[in-house]
Each structure stands twice: as C-alpha cells, then as structure tokens.
Ligand binder design. Structure first.
Ligand code: MEV
Length: 292
C-alpha cells in the first residue's frame, strides 16, 4: 500500500511561526513523496533518528512493536527547505492508514506525522506536516499549548512563483535555534515581531484581493527581517537580484533559510519562465509553481 505526502513553500512566517505567530503556507502538488510500506526490517540506510521518527508516527496511529521496509517511488527534494522530512512522515502515515484500514482523518495523519518530525527538527511548529497533509494554501498557527490552528486561505488570483535552489543549507534545527537566540538577545525583537504581524496581515489581504504588486513588496520586507537574523547567504542574495532584474515582484527565503530554496513572485507564468532561463544560465536549478 502506498501513501503520499506533499512538499511545501512557506509564503510568510517561517521562524516567526515557531514563536506562535501566524504563517501562510501551501503544499505543492508537483512536489510529492510516494511511499510503499511493507512489514519487515527497517531499511539499512535509515539512521537511528529517522527510525525512531517512523516508530513514533506508527505509535501515534496505534501501531506498536512492528518494523517496516519503506520503498519510495518519488520524493520531495531533500535538505532544500521544501519540507522533505514532513513529506516522508505524512506519506508513511497515509500508507499505514490504508494498509491497516485505520480510518484516520487528515487531522490524525498530520498529528501522527508531527510526532516523526520531532525526531528530526527538535521543536518544529507543525507547519510542514500540515502543508504536506492538506496540500492547500493555509493560514497556520501553533498555539501556546502546542496544538495547531489551520484555516484554508482564499486566493484572489493565481500566485506565480519560481522556486530556486541556492545550494546546501545548515540543518533546520540549528537555524531555528539561531533565530531564537538572536530574538532573546535583542530587546528590539518585540518590535520586529509587531512588524512581522503587520506584514502577515497585509499579505493575507493582498492574497485575498489578488494584489500581486503589494504581495511582492511584502515578500521583500519579510525577507529583510529574516536576513537580519543571519538567515540569508551570498547565493540567496544573488538569486534574488537575478529575479528582480528579470521581472520578479518580490522574493524571499522559504522555510528555514541559510541556503536551500528561495521563492520569487511573478505577474504571470510567462514572466516566470523567462526569469527561470536566466537563473538557469547562472547555475540556479529553478522550478515554476502556481498556487491557486
Ligand atoms: C521550516 O520549514 C519552517 C521553520 O519555521 C521551522 C518550523 O516551523 O518548524 C523554520
């Protein structure tokens, strides 16, 4: 029996979401992990942490004392800020749900997959497994008691994005800790968080109204905040400049930052495809994606 889990892009709120601020995220249908699950020994290539993660997901679904052999037919690109570990756990949870006829809801799958993510990212917000499970544009917030509030986000006009790989990144857990440490150290963080909240509120409105010019400006603003927390790199800024020179309305880190993928917003698929060629000429592997 196979199960699916999707990759994601965070449009607004990475890192802030760990500290209970709302974020905007979407799963992407063209980034998917498809996993086949059989009872048998764990795959030799799995490290201890990942195995414990899978066992925790199974336990959360009520399955204990079994081991599984996993086969993937397709995977979300790994270590690129596209939510690959969430997609592994969500596809595993969906496969178990089918295999044993567990009758679990999407909310149950999300909660179970989150138990796996904990082994990989320390204290994840839950945004990645939520996007991976629901594969829709969402407003996501982690509450103070650790549960999730997830709302479907209305899209006024299609959002045309380029997703561009800027190279290797540090681990998400390390980047989350770096953001948290700088937040604690600087009293001005309180005001930075207020500014983020204003960006989020304006972005939600711009998405509902289909105002892409405003949305692009808000993406640049959000990126500026994340860059101040040392989450940007030379290659990220280079890709952003190439995007800007070739028609992007705005661009930013997506996910943990520190390398990996960034997103750029374009007026149309045509505009995005032109910029994609330019990025390719400069060595940046780039995908087009549409959120609608
Ligand atoms: C990772 O995709 C997003 C972060 O905000 C971490 C998290 O929310 O768990 C950096």
């Amino acid at each position: 029996m196979s199960g699916k889990g999707y990759g994601k892009v965070i449009l607004f709120g990475e890192h802030f979401v760990v500290h209970n601020e709302p974020a905007i995220v979407s799963g992407l249908k063209n980034l998917v992990t498809v996993m086949e699950v059989e009872e048998g020994p764990w795959n030799a290539e799995l490290d201890e942490q990942s195995k414990q993660g899978y066992a925790a997901v199974a336990k959360a679904l009520g399955i204990e004392g079994k081991t599984f052999t996993l086969t993937t037919e397709e995977i979300v690109p790994m270590k690129q800020n596209l939510g690959s570990s969430a997609a592994f756990y969500v596809s595993f949870a969906n496969a178990l749900n089918k295999k044993y006829g567990l009758g679990k809801t999407k909310n149950d799958i999300n909660k179970a997959a989150y138990q796996g993510e904990v082994f990989i990212h320390g204290k994840p917000s839950g945004i990645d497994t939520s996007a991976s499970t629901f594969c829709k544009p969402l407003i996501f917030r982690k509450t103070l008691d650790g549960s999730f509030i997830i709302k479907k986000l209305k899209i006024g006009a299609p959002i045309h994005l380029l997703i561009s790989n800027t190279g290797p990144k540090k681990g998400t857990g390390e980047l989350v800790a770096q953001f948290g440490a700088l937040k604690e150290k600087n009293a001005v963080s309180k005001d930075v968080f207020k500014l983020y909240k204003a960006i989020f509120n304006n972005a939600k409105k711009a998405i509902k109204e289909g105002d892409m010019e405003r949305l692009g400006f808000l993406m640049d603003l959000d990126h500026g905040l994340l860059a101040a927390f040392n989450l940007s790199t030379k290659n990220i800024e280079k890709a952003r400049i190439i995007m800007k020179e070739h028609g992007s309305l705005g661009s930013k880190i997506t996910g943990a930052g520190g390398g990996g993928n960034i997103i750029g917003l374009f007026r149309s698929q045509d505009d995005a495809e032109k910029a994609k060629n330019e990025l390719g000429n400069e060595g940046f592997m780039t995908l087009y994606a549409r959120i609608e």
